[in-house]
Ligand binder design. Structure first.
Ligand code: HEM
Length: 226
């Protein structure tokens, strides 16, 4: 039940962030991030590539964590996985292009670039693992991949102090690193918890090449994306 609440909270926050990002499709600079209006108007192609890919990855990712869905609809699961991969690729490449011109100076720019490379790397390792049928490793790397995509949510939550008077530029730059670190720590905690043998005596979730995860698990155990 605790996991279900976590999954629901994560999914609602992901959908809200994706919905808020959709305002960019209006191409109306008035709704763009205030500090970056001119920059974004001059870089619409990488911006829209990034937002489209980010929206796809952010909204499909949560459903890959539902083992019930994978068990009942494996074909849907595999197709959603392919869509997620394309979304992550577009978000990462677009994110790298946007990192060069991001607000917040070199600290933020390097932070965003590192995030994009980590997310692309984790997703590539997850893909390589599933192609070699290394399902537990695939699951763990997909957890890291989605945790990095989910930085889009955490990053915005960590900007809340700026609405309460904290200075925007330094908080924004620090946030580019802090949100990544926090999400990676949460991902590692979930992965470690999923590795522990369950009290019922069931086998651990890592090692070997199992393909059928325990039923009812909803988080910390994303399954095949390929
Ligand atoms: C690896 C993950 C991601 C990286 C590296 C990344 C990187 C970036 C960068 C560098 C910018 C420009 C920021 C600036 O101008 O200061 C940006 C903006 C933006 N990104 Fe991402 N991003 C990621 C994930 C996402 C996701 C999943 C979404 C979901 C739709 C998203 C939506 C946006 C939006 C809407 C903007 C425009 C600025 C705003 O209004 O907040 N990003 N991103």
């Amino acid at each position: 039940m605790k996991h279900r609440k976590l999954w629901l909270t994560m999914t609602v926050l992901a959908l809200m962030t994706a919905a808020a990002s959709a305002r960019y499709y209006s191409l109306n600079p008035q709704v763009f991030m205030t500090q970056q209006r001119l920059t974004y108007m001059a870089n619409l192609t990488p911006l829209l590539l990034h937002i489209t890919g980010g929206t796809v990855a952010l909204t499909t990712g949560p459903f890959q964590f539902l083992t019930g869905l994978r068990g009942r609809r494996p074909t849907l699961h595999r197709w959603l996985g392919r869509v997620y991969l394309l979304g992550a690729l577009a978000a990462g490449v677009g994110g790298l292009l946007m990192a060069r011109i991001a607000f917040g100076g070199p600290v933020a720019r390097i932070g965003f670039a590192v995030l994009a490379l980590e997310m692309l790397g984790a997703t590539a390792v997850a893909l390589g693992a599933v192609l070699r049928r290394r399902i537990p490793a695939h699951r763990e790397w997909m957890t890291r991949s989605y945790a990095l995509v989910f930085v889009a949510v955490t990053f915005r939550l960590f900007l809340i102090p700026t609405f309460l008077g904290a200075p925007f530029a330094p908080v924004y730059a620090a946030d580019a690193w802090l949100s990544t670190i926090v999400n990676l720590l949460v991902a590692e905690a979930l992965i470690r918890r999923a590795r522990r043998p369950r009290a019922s005596g069931a086998r651990p979730l890592t090692g070997g090449s199992e393909t059928a995860p325990a039923a009812g698990r909803t988080i910390g155990s994303p399954s095949s994306a390929g």
